[in-house]
Design a protein around this ligand. Structure first.
Ligand SMILES: [Fe+2]
Length: 142
């Protein structure tokens, strides 16, 4: 059965972000299970709705943090969030249209969707959050 496994390299060191990411991994896995269960589109659609809803909440939380610390890379990070949410909504449309799904391809896409954003983009934000924690804000290099 396809499963997204949490690995230590995904730990950003920010408890706020890591907690959200673990929940996202759970929701991705619930979605994978729904696809593989053969229980029909209702369950798949609900799992995707839950994933989209939580992704929106998580992205909003990160964006509040970026605002708070006046993160210089916020515009690019926010743009990536917009792109990622759009991809999820597109996937949902495809699922709702009821066509045959290539389950391994969808699973592969979603695994990369989450892993790449964490490793490439969230890691940088978490690094800045960590440096600023417990100290007065440090000017960021432009
Ligand atoms: Fe992010």
């Amino acid at each position: 059965m396809t499963q997204f496994s949490w690995t230590d390299d995904l730990c950003t060191g920010s408890s706020l972000i890591d907690g959200d990411h673990r929940k996202l991994v759970d929701l991705v896995n619930t979605f994978f299970q729904s696809m593989q269960s053969g229980e029909g589109n209702g369950r798949v659609s609900k799992a995707m709705n839950d994933l989209i809803a939580y992704t929106r909440e998580h992205f909003a939380r990160e964006e509040v943090e970026m605002e708070r610390i006046q993160y210089v890379a916020a515009p690019a990070h926010r743009a990536e969030h917009t792109k990622l949410l759009k991809q999820l909504v597109e996937l949902k449309k495809m699922l709702d249209a009821g066509g045959r799904m290539n389950i391994p391809a969808v699973a592969d896409f979603l695994s990369r969707w989450l892993r790449d954003h964490i490793l490439r983009t969230d890691m940088k934000l978490a690094g800045v959050l960590k440096r600023q924690r417990g100290s007065t804000p440090v000017p960021q290099l432009h």
